[in-house]
Design a protein around this ligand. Sequence first.
Ligand code: IMP
Length: 171
Amino acid sequence: MEILISESDIAAKVAELAETIRKDYGLADLVLVGILKGSIFFLSDLAKHLGVNVTMDFIQTSSYAGEKSSSGVVQIRKDLDSSIEGKHVLLVEDIIDTGLTLNHLRELLETRKPASLKVVSLLSKPGARKHETQIDYLGFEIPEKFVVGYGLDYAERYRNLPFIAVLTDEA
Ligand code: IMP
């Protein structure tokens, strides 16, 4: 495995993103919506740097199902627990690849009439984009390679690596 982003570089970027988000939202209540399971570490580290007016909820989709490329169909496996109507929502993604998941979730959540809906993603692979997407807050742009660690998996493995690494075919 080749380390692409170190643990310390991730920590510095998360703190920087949180600072920007804190300034943008001020004292407003904010619902962090984590997309399971890949965003778990990112969401929890980000939340620790944000103010007290933060709540968390989770949604789970599936389009990869143990493969290294998207099946092209997004299914909701677990929906939010609470209503987001009239609330400021920040969707927390681990990585934007083709853009399919993000667009699907944006459309779905917009129908629930939040006061605002923005997106933060730790990683983006602009070279893999198939659907036009808007990412409001972005950590790192990375090349079109399959990565694991810091929440990202391959067939449920490697999520607990503290850094982000490129998964080679040999690995
Ligand atoms: P998209 O719908 O193609 O943008 O894919 C988004 C989702 O695919 C992410 O939330 C990840 O769960 C998964 N994904 C995309 N690229 C990678 C990767 O390089 N490693 C692990 N998971 C990935």
